[in-house]
Write a protein of this length. Structure first.
Length: 186
């Protein structure tokens, strides 16, 4: 097998496309697109965010944020909130076509148009490393994305970021069962 080197880069698959929602000091919702993150403990999420984002200023004041999974049906809106700056465009949330419901668990907006939402409290935000750590206090899912009471990935249609090609891809095809497919090799 022949391999090609790409150097030390943050290239991996899959990279989630998360839309981070916050309220500003006046209760106005803001959202940004983030792809460099993951689950770091059972109820903890970690995301790398540049300190100068409006979102960071907001969650440092409110101590809360939401993370909604971007989806195929809203790819343009989700991409837009990553391109537009909340520091320059106070209406980017509305321009994206998003509406919000206040989370009953944290002081942050649930984006109504995106089916899966993690509601989080800020645990820490390190300005030097740019690492935000949040405590996941609840995960809520729009009932339209359920089949027989379970989350249906074909209805959620989450997208991932392809850093090799600057593209988004939809997740969905089942190829096996976790803690099951490997049993044949035991």
């Amino acid at each position: 097998m022949s391999r090609k080197d790409f150097g030390a880069k943050p290239f991996s698959y899959p990279q989630p496309v998360w839309i981070i929602g916050t309220y500003d000091e006046n209760g106005k919702p803001n959202a940004m697109n983030a792809a460099w993150g993951g689950i770091s403990e059972m109820n903890e999420i970690s995301v790398c965010l540049s300190v100068d984002h409006k979102t960071c200023k907001n969650f440092e004041k409110t101590r809360a944020f939401t993370i909604s999974m971007a989806d195929a049906d809203h790819v343009a809106a989700c991409d837009f909130v990553g391109m537009a700056s909340g520091n320059k465009d106070e209406d980017k949330f509305a321009k994206a076509g998003f509406t919000a419901t206040k989370s009953p668990n944290v002081n942050a907006p649930i984006i109504n148009e995106l089916a899966v939402c993690m509601e989080c409290k800020v645990k820490s935000f390190d300005h030097d490393s740019c690492i935000l750590k949040g405590e996941i206090v609840n995960v809520s899912v729009d009932e339209a994305a359920l089949t027989d009471g379970k989350v249906d990935v074909s209805k959620v249609k989450p997208i991932t970021f392809d850093p090799f090609n600057n593209a988004y891809h939809v997740v969905g095809e089942k190829v096996g069962d976790a803690w099951g497919s490997g049993k044949a090799l035991l």
